[in-house]
Design a protein around this ligand. Sequence first.
Ligand SMILES: Nc1nc(=O)c2c([nH]1)NC[C@@H]1CN(c3ccc(C(=O)N[C@@H](CCC(=O)O)C(=O)O)cc3)CN21
Ligand SMILES: O=c1ccn([C@H]2C[C@H](O)[C@@H](COP(=O)(O)O)O2)c(=O)[nH]1
Length: 282
Amino acid sequence: MSHADELFCSMCRDIIDNGTTTEGELVRPHWEDGSPAYTVKRFGVVNRYDLRREFPAITLRRTALKSAMDEVLWIYQRKSNNVGDLSSHIWDSWADENGSIGKAYGYQIGQVTHYPEGDFDQMDKVLYDLEHTPFSRRIITSTYTVGDLPEMGLYPCAWSVTYNVTQEPGNPRPTLNMVLNQRSQDVLAANNWNVCQYAILLMMMAQVSGMEAGELLHVIADAHIYDRHVPLVEELIERPQYPAPKVSLNPAVTDFYDFTVDDLVVEGYEHGPQVKNIPIAV
Ligand SMILES: Nc1nc(=O)c2c([nH]1)NC[C@@H]1CN(c3ccc(C(=O)N[C@@H](CCC(=O)O)C(=O)O)cc3)CN21
Ligand SMILES: O=c1ccn([C@H]2C[C@H](O)[C@@H](COP(=O)(O)O)O2)c(=O)[nH]1
């Protein structure tokens, strides 16, 4: 069974058994029929995934790895805030009539800052620092620009990424690790989706920097299960588990901007049936 399954099941069990409810409180999200979308939540969930051990996809149900990669490329490579540049429709409910989600995600990653070493947007600065000063403790992207929040369709949930390099003795290549900071997590709809996205981002950044992908540390402030998801989660976490799939990237790609979803190679992904029609709180 995959380690990601074990972490996912124990996190869900802990949220349902030991979490607190927001029922009766003033909450922002609502269901399609207009009723408030309450959650059972746990504050401060931290999960660690070692990519050297296995790729962190759950097998209880299928995580759409190519769609997840497409969204991460939309943000960090295409630096777009328009749903027209995304192959899935997952962001449509938060876009305006022109397809824009405002000054969120990709818009922030594309902002250029003047440094003594040159002008860089957020991603180009990470790539530059990983090449020139890989042991810097300042290699971070952040989309939570406070002054721009009123102009965002939805405030960024997975909002900051810290890259950190270690040199293991005897390993010819340095190890690239990542901390993903997330303020809010819809555990059923998007937990493994987000984990796999950032695992793929870590693999891409390691490959183009000549490093080995190491650990992904996922720090979640508010890990929640929506009220209408609780029975779905109860069923999901009782399912059989399988070994993790083997996930790799086309080794020929050496430039971050050349990756496409076709460069993601997924082998032996055995999984349970899809949970159909998960309602998404808007
Ligand atoms: N309440 C809520 N939960 C979220 O997870 C969420 C939001 N809102 N708002 C913005 C984005 C949209 N997100 C989503 C929305 C839907 C899927 C989803 O339905 N995923 C499918 C696969 C989709 C595909 O194949 O392209 C799945 O089965 O996981 C994933 C992420 C994450 N975010
Ligand atoms: O990548 C994502 C994007 C969004 N979410 C979830 C987390 C929450 O359930 C909603 C956002 O609502 P807020 O009231 O702004 O917290 O979207 C996610 O899990 N992952």
